[in-house]
Write a new protein. Structure first.
Length: 282
């Protein structure tokens, strides 16, 4: 049997559904046009040109219609995303450090905060990238108050020093995090045997920053004297770790934190050792 006779016999019962093929081709053309719109809104000009050519060809072959009108703003999520405003930031100073410490503490614990104090920032060149803030925390448990503090520094201050547990760090753990950061958690040696100061420390090379947060069970009076108010520090080790891991820590912080810091009152400026009352809103 000849080859052409065999092929005719094999396809005698095949029916070509022209209407279905036309509908599928038209749908493919519509999908290609939507793809073209998204690429155009994202600024991918070269890819958009290629898809545009394919879309026009599909239109001519299937429906004979021309290209669709330009996409509207509501049909282009990529265009809307491009127009999103950039969040405002402000340089980290003592007040902004106190405000961010306040926000992170209240995110992990509950209590009354008072006696805000801080120092450092771009207005003090002798400090460089080095700020400090603290306040008194009276937890809701009613067991007494203590001090919570944080120090933010340029990581270069530790140049040459190991990023593992050091000899003076009691009950220390050091964990390497994704991206090369190191999280240390430890207890400072006791001055009196009854004082406790817990510390969490983040060393983040990718951001060039060191963040050290601490919590006590009382008040350091100096000369190895403490006013002990409770058995355990006002914040535990896990809470301190969460504080230093907050991604907002940096030498530039959200502008609303700077605004909040400017409103803290009273605020003890440790650079000048003066308690400063913030001006009342006009």
């Amino acid at each position: 049997m000849k080859l052409d006779t065999m092929m005719r016999e094999a396809t005698d019962d095949v029916v070509v559904d022209v209407q279905t093929l036309t509908q599928e081709a038209r749908a493919n053309g519509s999908r290609m046009r939507r793809r073209r719109h998204l690429l155009s809104a994202s600024g991918v000009l070269a890819a958009g040109a290629c898809v545009f050519g394919a879309s026009v060809a599909a239109d001519v072959a299937t429906s004979g219609s021309g290209p669709d009108p330009a996409p509207s703003a509501t049909s282009s999520p990529a265009r809307v995303a491009q127009q999103a405003p950039v969040a405002a930031t402000a340089p980290l100073d003592g007040r902004a450090t106190a405000a961010l410490l306040e926000a992170t503490v209240l995110a992990v614990g509950d209590g009354e905060l008072s006696k805000f104090a801080g120092q450092g920032g771009p207005d003090r060149p002798d400090h460089g990238h080095d700020t400090y803030a603290e306040f008194v925390m009276t937890p809701a448990d009613g067991l007494g108050a203590g001090v919570v503090g944080v120090n933010v520094q340029d990581l270069s201050i530790l140049r040459g020093q190991p990023r593992t547990c050091l000899s003076f760090m009691v009950d220390c753990t050091a964990d390497e995090l994704p991206g090369g950061a190191v999280l240390r958690s430890y207890r400072d040696p006791s001055d009196t045997g009854s004082d406790v100061r817990l510390v969490a420390e983040l060393l983040a090379p990718s951001r060039g920053i060191r963040v050290v947060a601490s919590s006590t069970n009382g008040f350091d009076l100096g000369a190895n004297r403490w006013d002990i108010t409770r058995d355990a520090p006002v914040l535990g080790a896990a809470q301190l770790r969460d504080i230093v891991l907050d991604e907002r820590w940096g030498f530039e912080v959200p502008a609303e934190l700077a605004e909040r810091g400017a409103a803290l009152s009273p605020y003890d400026d440790l650079d000048t050792h003066q308690a400063v009352e913030s001006p009342s809103p006009s």
